[in-house]
Design a protein around this ligand. Structure first.
Ligand code: SAH
Length: 348
C-alpha cells in the first residue's frame, strides 16, 4: 500500500521536503494545496516544479478512499461507507448540531476490544486505519460541505475501532486536521473516545494538544463492566480512575464519561447512585446514551421513563449529565452497523 501526502503532519512534511532537497516553504505550499485549496491531483499544484511533482506522483497515491455508499437519515445525519485502496471498508458519520457540523471517524478495520453490545467488534481487527485515511474521511465530507460554504467544525474519534490501539496514527491525524496550515479545526473541537486503555490515557496526558477525552464507562462497577467489556478484566475501574486522576492533574481538562443504558443490566437507579459515588470528586460529565440495538447482540434499550429516572438521579446527586440526543437511528448509525451489514451481504 502506497502512502499518501495526507499521512504527513506539517512537521513531518517539512522533514520530508528537506530530505528531498526542497526548501522548507515547500511544505506550506503542499499543505495549502491539500487542505485549503483541496485539489484532487498532484498535477494541480501549479507552483510546485514539474520535477518535484513527478517525484511526488511516483511516491504517493493521491486519493486512497472511494465512496461506496451514502445514507441520509430523517434528521439529516449522513453515513458514509468508504472503500480503501486495499478493498477494506470504513464508515464515517456527519452530524448536524446546533453548534456546527461534526464528523465521526473510524480508526481501525474491525476491533479487538470485544464489547458485548457493539457491532464493530463482530469483525476482529484486520488492520489499523492510517492517519492519511482518517484525514481523507474528514476531507471527503469537507469537500461536500464546500458546496454550501459550510465547515466541519468538530471531529469525534468514536467510529469503528479503538483509537488507543492505533495511538500514533490517531495522534498524527489529529495534529494534521488541527494544523493552522491545514484544516485548522481547534483542538478543543477534537475528541477521542476510548474503552479505557490506560497506557493511551497516560500518553495523551503528556501531549501538548489540548483535545477532549471521552471514556466509554458503561458500568459503575467491575462486575457489570467485566461482563459487557472484556477490557475491564485487564484494566479494572480502580486502575482506570487512577489513570484519569493523573490525566486530570496534567491537563486540567474535564473528562467525559459515556454511559450506554442497557435494559436490565446497568440502568437502575442504584447504578446511577453507584456511578455518582464513583466520580463525585472529579471534574467530569456523563453522557447517557440510549442503546441502539444490534441484531446479533442480546441487549435492549430501556424505556424513556427508565432513562429519565437514571438521568434525574444523577442530577439529584449533582453530577453533570446529558441524555444524548440520537442521530440517524434509522440508518444504522451506531458504530459498525452499516459496514457489518454490507460485509454479511458479501459473505452470504
Ligand atoms: N473504541 C472506542 C470508540 C468507538 S465506540 C470506545 O470504546 O469509546 C464509540 C461509542 O459508541 C462507545 O461509547 C461505544 O461503547 C458506543 N456504542 C457501541 N455500540 C453501540 C450501540 N449499539 N448503541 C449505542 N452506542 C454504542
Amino acid at each position: 500500500m502506497k502512502k499518501t501526502l495526507y499521512d504527513y503532519t506539517y512537521e513531518q512534511l517539512i522533514d520530508y521536503v528537506l530530505v528531498h532537497d526542497q526548501k522548507s516553504y515547500r511544505a506550506k505550499q503542499l499543505y495549502t494545496w491539500l487542505y485549503k485549496k483541496r485539489i484532487a491531483t498532484i498535477d494541480d499544484m501549479h507552483d510546485v516544479s514539474k520535477v518535484f511533482r513527478d517525484h511526488l506522483k511516483n511516491e504517493f497515491e493521491t486519493n486512497s478512499l472511494i465512496l461506496k455508499e451514502k445514507q441520509v437519515s430523517a434528521d439529516q445525519t449522513v453515513k458514509y461507507l468508504f472503500e480503501l485502496s486495499d478493498g477494506y471498508l470504513v464508515e464515517s458519520v456527519l452530524m448536524h448540531h446546533d453548534y456546527g457540523k461534526s464528523v465521526c471517524v473510524s480508526t481501525q478495520i474491525g476491533c479487538n476490544m470485544g464489547c458485548g453490545f457493539c457491532a464493530s467488534g463482530l469483525i476482529k481487527k484486520q488492520r489499523n486505519v492510517t492517519a492519511g485515511e482518517m484525514v481523507q474521511q474528514v476531507l471527503f465530507i469537507q469537500n461536500e460541505l464546500d458546496a454550501n460554504d459550510e465547515r466541519v467544525s468538530s471531529v469525534v474519534v468514536m467510529g469503528i475501532g479503538e483509537p488507543f490501539d492505533n495511538y500514533d496514527h490517531v495522534l498524527d491525524f489529529l495534529k494534521i486536521i488541527n494544523s493552522d496550515h491545514g484544516l485548522g479545526i481547534g483542538a478543543r473541537k477534537l475528541t477521542i473516545s476510548t474503552c479505557g486503555l490506560i497506557d493511551g490515557i497516560l500518553k495523551l496526558a503528556e501531549e501538548p494538544l489540548q483535545i477532549n477525552l471521552a471514556i466509554s464507562l458503561h458500568a459503575p462497577n467491575d462486575a457489570i463492566r467485566s461482563q459487557i467489556m472484556p477490557i475491564n478484566r485487564v484494566f479494572p475501574i480502580k486502575d482506570l480512575m487512577q489513570a484519569l486522576d493523573v490525566y486530570y492533574e496534567k491537563t486540567k481538562r474535564r473528562i467525559t464519561y459515556e454511559y450506554l443504558l442497557l435494559a436490565g443490566i446497568n440502568d437502575d437507579v442504584k447504578h446511577a447512585n453507584e456511578l455518582a459515588d464513583l466520580i463525585r470528586n472529579q471534574n467530569a460529565y456523563v453522557n447517557l446514551i440510549p442503546y441502539n440495538p444490534v441484531p446479533e447482540q442480546p441487549y435492549q434499550r430501556p424505556s424513556i421513563k427508565k432513562a429519565f429516572a437514571f438521568y434525574d438521579q444523577l442530577k439529584k446527586r449533582n453530577i453533570q449529565v446529558t441524555l444524548r440526543q440520537e442521530h440517524g437511528v434509522d440508518i444504522d448509525a451506531a458504530c459498525g452497523q452499516l459496514r457489518s451489514k454490507r460485509m454479511k451481504e458479501v459473505e452470504s
